[in-house]
Design a protein around this ligand. Structure first.
Ligand code: PEP
Ligand code: MG
Length: 757
């Protein structure tokens, strides 16, 4: 097998390409020369460039070595043939025996049959594949990594050439669905509910990099060094921002982000790219492209989010290198009704915008647990993510409607759509006003049963919602969210400060702290345990805490200290058996004893509960209920385990209904056992916030619910319009049915009985 190495260094090749680019002639003529230069430099028999055209076709635009008559004639679909595969995967491919690859397709017009080995790289720009650059050899040549690197670097130059619009028209650079300008509806995942209407602001560095090939490497190194220093200065200033004072979650997010910006490996790779002949800007772009390509198939959320952070930093560094004119994300010129579109977004970037002008955020990628999503939730900015292909379809200034309640992005909506959206906003506002009027009224059914309505919270910024929504307290404080947003485990003192602040903000109203539910999808950036194959059922929550008791003990210590002289309510997550509850309780007793010995002021009373999220615990209820003060049903987890149906898998989202005879039956069993043991029981999963589900829960005997603040109004309105007596009897009949779901029946019941759902 022939193992050749590049004939010239990447630097030399780039210099040759630069000379061609700077020379005379049309873009096509220059492209023709470039393929010849590459073939000679790499020592290949063929070098071809395919450009992506409308209809997702890859057209042969220039070749050295294949029949020239095939130029502009040979076309492959994205995904078709090896060239199509490179474009579809957006990753390089090298094969010493290409003709035996299952994706090989033979195009007689090219005379390709003589060539055995092939190496190709995508021509990428801003995350979009604009074409493919390929070399081929007659022999069974084994291409080496350095050659791929060189090809990728040259592909960057070609990307700028294609994007320049001389080879194909600018309109074709948009996704070739032919409807780039037409109204378009793009489905997306809901990250934070709400609706927003405004104009598109594209948050991507315009990266009009005029020079890709450097004259003087030393000068480029020094430009990167000063840009990095400048970038650190801006991040430090953000960290010093006094609006973040005392806001540990946001500080934590920024701190971990600042740490990544010092990543030596990242900076070293940029340095290497400069050594290969690129300018500082081009080097940053190349490293960013490499990282994205390498991790594009990684499904691990934590890793993907780190890649997004790196992306964000690269964009930021580019801005410092290119200068203020390329700054697309700053507030200058930000319209009053901005809908921000980004491939992804880092937390710092989001905090830099003037919040009062943001109507919504749309991400092409992203995950609901990403830092930026946590911040959007805290700032109450509607946000959707995973809007596939949106960055290629939206244009700056496009009118946009974001319906984050239903996960829809409407680009360039027509008049009718806009009007119906405005109508639904009006409806929403009218309803909001009605709910606001209920704020100070209790949640009592029309026949006089009081239902306790609480909110789920997880950031201190959520706390004012207790009052604003007219809730009775916090039924679930997810303590892991501040843990997730930091760069290290919070120590006892900072936890104590946080819990004290939460309790103070709640005033007289009770707060139920859930001890940390880390693991599963709730990943701590600083805790890098090997991931479970099945995270929801893996090593998480109380399982981690019992294996590493120091984590729980520190938290309990902080909770005890924060509650001096007041009542403390806490519960343990994911308890699967009584023995786990006992073990957790023993740790609590040890911490109470410690506080006593240290002569600290103890809580006036400690209420200890468990979350019922694992079905096994239902069968130990009589034993468990003797040992605890309250029970809280976590229906999100309980039902995913009951139905063996991953709550995060979109394909299963509608498969099983929480309002099914089996779920109602298990809930009834739990509630009646709690009633018999006189143990208060509450439900804090998502279903509690849905009026019709909440109606069923109340009908089954639940007297306490905990939900997102925005659900308090609608659920209160439902309760105040409900006559409980007849519903209780009706519920009994539903449990026996063979139906998949009883939702429709309950809806009809609500309609017939005037219940506001
Ligand atoms: C639940 O499982 O229902 C619950 C409230 O906990 P989380 O959603 O935080 O897992
Ligand atoms: Mg849970």
């Amino acid at each position: 097998m022939d193992k050749a190495t590049a004939r010239v260094s990447p630097r030399q090749l780039l210099a040759l390409v630069r000379d061609v680019m700077a020379g005379a002639g049309t873009a096509q003529e220059r492209l023709d020369q470039i393929v010849t230069v590459i073939a000679r430099s790499i020592g290949s028999d063929v070098c071809s460039v395919y450009v992506r055209r409308a209809g997702d076709l890859l057209e042969l635009f220039a070749t050295e070595g294949l029949k020239k008559t095939a130029v502009h004639l040979t076309r492959l679909r994205v995904g078709e043939g090896l060239v199509g595969v490179i474009a579809a995967r957006a990753r390089p491919l090298k094969l010493s025996d290409a003709q035996h690859h299952p994706s090989f397709v033979f195009r007689p017009e090219t005379g390709e049959e003589k060539f055995h080995s092939l190496m190709g790289v995508p021509i990428l720009r801003g995350g979009r594949v604009l074409g493919v650059l390929v070399v081929q050899n007659r022999t069974l040549r084994r291409y080496v990594g350095e050659e791929i690197e060189t090809m990728q670097t040259v592909a960057m130059v070609l990307a700028e050439m294609v994007a320049g619009g001389e080879l194909i028209g600018g309109q074709e650079l948009f996704p070739a669905d032919g409807i780039a300008k037409a109204p378009l509806q793009i489905p997306a995942a809901r990250f934070h509910a709400g609706m927003g209407m405004g104009v598109a602001v594209l948050n991507r560095p315009h990266a009009q990099i005029s020079q890709l090939v450097a004259e003087d490497a030393e000068e480029e190194h020094s430009r990167v060094r000063s840009a990095v220093t400048e970038m650190h200065g801006v991040l430090d200033a953000l960290l010093d921002d006094e609006t973040l004072a005392g806001d540990d979650e946001h500080r934590g997010i920024l701190e971990s982000y600042r740490m990544i910006s010092e990543d030596a490996g990242w900076l070293a790779r940029i340095g290497e790219a400069i050594d290969s002949g690129l300018t500082a800007e081009a080097a940053v772009m190349k490293v960013q492209n490499d990282i994205r390509a390498r991790f594009s198939r990684v499904s691990d959320r934590y890793l993907r989010e780190r890649v997004h952070d790196m992306d964000d930093l690269a964009d930021r560094l580019l801005k410092h290198l290119i200068g203020p004119s390329a700054d697309s994300g700053a507030d200058d010129g930000l319209p009053d009704d901005a809908i921000i579109f980004a491939r992804n977004m880092g937390p710092a970037q989001l905090l830099e915008f003037d919040r009062t002008r943001l109507r919504a955020i749309v991400l092409e990628e992203g995950s609901p647990t990403a830092h930026a999503a946590i911040i959007a939730r805290a700032l109450d900015i509607p946000m959707v993510g995973q809007a596939k292909g949106v960055m290629g379809r939206v244009e700056e200034g496009d009118p946009v409607i974001v319906d984050a309640d239903h996960g829809n992005v409407l680009l360039r909506p027509g008049e009718n759509v806009t009007q119906s959206f405005l109508d639904s906003i009006d409806d929403r506002n009218r309803q909001k006003a009605q709910y606001a009027a209920l704020r100070s009224l209790p949640a009592v059914t029309s026949d006089g049963t009081k239902i306790s309505i609480n909110i789920n919270a997880g950031l201190r910024i959520d706390m004012p919602q207790v009052e604003a929504a007219g809730a009775d307290g916090v039924g679930l404080y997810r303590t892991e969210i501040p843990f997730m947003a930091r760069s290290d485990f919070p120590d006892v003192a900072s936890q104590e400060k946080l819990y004290l602040d939460v309790v103070r903000q709640a005033g007289e109203k009770p707060v139920v702290f859930r001890t940390v539910d880390i693991g599963g999808d709730k990943i701590l950036p600083y805790w890098q345990e090997s991931p479970s194959a099945n995270p929801a059922m893996g090593w998480r929550a109380i399982r981690i805490c019992l294996d590493h008791p120091a984590i729980l003990r520190h938290q309990l210590r902080a909770l005890i200290r924060s509650a001096k002289g007041c009542e403390l309510r806490l519960m343990f997550p994911m308890i699967a058996e009584v023995a786990e509850f006992d073990a957790s309780r023993r740790l609590l007793d040890m911490e109470l004893e410690r506080a006593r010995k240290e002569r600290r002021k103890l809580p006036s009373k400690v209420f200890v509960g468990a979350m019922l999220e694992v079905p096994s615990l239902v069968f130990q209820l009589p034993t468990l209920l003797k040992r605890l003060d309250f029970l809280s049903i976590g229906s999100n987890d309980l039902f995913q385990f009951l139905f063996a149906s991953d709550r995060d898998d979109a394909r299963l989202a509608e498969r099983y209904d929480p309002l099914s005879p089996s779920t109602l039956s298990i809930l009834r069993t739990i509630v009646s056992q709690c009633d018999a043991a006189s143990v208060p029981v509450s439900l804090c999963g998502e279903m509690a916030g849905n009026p019709i589900d909440a109606m069923a829960l109340v009908g089954l005997g639940l007297r306490s619910l905990s939900m997102n603040p925005s659900s308090v109004g609608p659920v209160k309105a439902m309760i105040r319009s409900l006559d409980l007596g007849p519903l209780r009897n009706y519920m009994k009949s539903l449990v026996q049915l063979p139906d998949h779901s009883v939702r429709e029946k309950l809806r009809e019941y609500a309609r017939d009985h005037g219940v506001m759902i």
